[in-house]
Design a protein around this ligand. Structure first.
Ligand code: PLP
Length: 377
């Protein structure tokens, strides 16, 4: 059986439609499905519980992640919520010290009042984590690379620490995408995605996904998906699945362009630091090289001139669009401190105010370099 990544992206979960012969999985908008007799149906009853368009996409994503099963949600946050609510009141989640701001907000402002305990930890220092293992930890949440500092966590090593203590390891794989990194074969139990980003890839659909290692977790997450109901609608599932089919070619171009831009920024006197896991000087470089195929399309950098200059660079850019989000075909520039990460100001997760984040798109790279050169002033 053919099992290359790009082959699976285009074929797994999506045989031609048996009813019509359609090569592309049809968008099934029906909310309900016929029962031939009571208790007998073709596999679908009601579209919150299961929908053929969504299912095709879920099976394809699970295959690409090396997972047993997958579940599509209305947004990345809905996917995160479905996973974090595996915790019972009194149980603890450890989150990284530069977690995505929305993850921090969900844990600290929504789940904590419902009785979930939480601890922020530096997940690049595993000796400290194992030594000071917080009581009652049932779940370790990892992002790698992190948003926006692009720190790298060692997935197999954290899986060992978490599993020895009887905790689950969840990896937010949004920044890498399954093309560059597959956390489940590396030891994680659950992977979450904001599919709004690289998986969808075209900035035209908000979505989230969860894929899981085993049947027990599949049953639990599937139960939450249906019980809580924040499912991906059929059209959203179709669009995201369409994006997934070209993930491999897009990611290679994102990586090619990012490498060229890093080369340009690194050593430029207007730039004080370039943060990219592909740089040998990046503290997580060796781990990233072990667990990622390439180093991704996200770059963060700090500028000489502080906050004022960082804001000016963002506002002068023309080919790079000033905007939140990431992972689409178009290049985006943003100021995390004032935009995506404004909600963590004043906490342990606060980011430097001279920091700029780039989501490098797949445009002509010379145009991207020229735009940054001009914007740096
Ligand atoms: C790493 C990461 N995880 C999760 C999310 C949340 O996803 P969504 O915006 O699709 O709800 C984001 C959004 O930016 C993200 O960057």
């Amino acid at each position: 059986m053919a099992d290359g990544f790009e082959t699976r992206a285009i074929h797994d979960g999506q045989p031609p439609d048996p009813a019509s012969g359609a090569v592309v999985t049809p968008i099934t908008l029906s909310s309900t499905f016929v029962h031939e007799e009571v208790g007998k149906h073709a596999g679908y009853e009601y579209s919150r519980s299961g929908n053929p368009t969504r299912r095709a996409y879920e099976e394809c994503l699970a295959s690409l992640e090396g997972a047993l099963d997958g579940f599509a949600f209305a947004s990345g946050m809905a996917a995160e919520d479905a996973v974090l609510r595996l915790l019972a009141p009194g149980q603890r989640v450890v989150i990284p010290d530069d977690a995505y701001g929305g993850t921090f907000r969900l844990v600290s402002k929504v789940l904590a009042p419902a009785g979930i305990e939480w601890t922020v930890a530096d997940l690049t220092d595993l000796d400290a984590l194992a030594r000071d293992w917080p009581d009652g930890t049932a779940l370790v949440w990892v992002e790698t690379p992190t948003n926006p500092m692009l720190n790298i966590a060692d997935i197999p090593a954290i899986a060992d620490v978490a599993h020895q203590a009887g905790a689950l390891l969840v990896v937010d794989n949004t920044f890498a995408s399954p093309y560059l990194q597959q956390p489940i074969p590396l030891g994680a139990d659950v992977v979450v995605h904001s599919t709004t980003k690289y998986v969808g890839g075209h900035s035209d659909v908000v979505g989230g996904a969860v894929v899981v290692r085993n049947l027990e977790l599949a049953e639990k997450v599937g139960y939450h998906q249906n019980a809580m109901g924040a499912v991906a609608g059929p059209f959203d599932a179709f669009l995201t699945h369409r994006g997934l089919k070209t993930l491999g070619v897009r990611m290679d171009r994102h990586c090619d362009n990012a490498e060229r831009i890093v080369e340009f920024l690194d050593g430029d006197p207007r730039v004080t630091e370039v943060i990219y896991p592909g740089l040998a000087a990046h503290p997580g470089h060796e781990v990233a090289a072990r667990q990622m195929k390439r180093f991704g399309g996200m770059i963060s950098f700090r500028v000489a001139g502080g906050l004022e200059q960082a804001l000016a660079v963002c506002e002068r850019a023309e080919v790079f669009t000033l905007g939140e989000s990431l992972g689409g075909v178009e290049s985006l520039i943003e100021h995390p401190g004032k935009m995506t990460h404004a909600s963590v100001a004043g906490t342990d997760l606060e980011v430097p105010d001279d920091l700029i984040r780039l989501s490098v798109g797949i445009e002509t790279v010379d145009d991207l370099v020229a735009d940054l050169d001009r914007s740096l002033g």
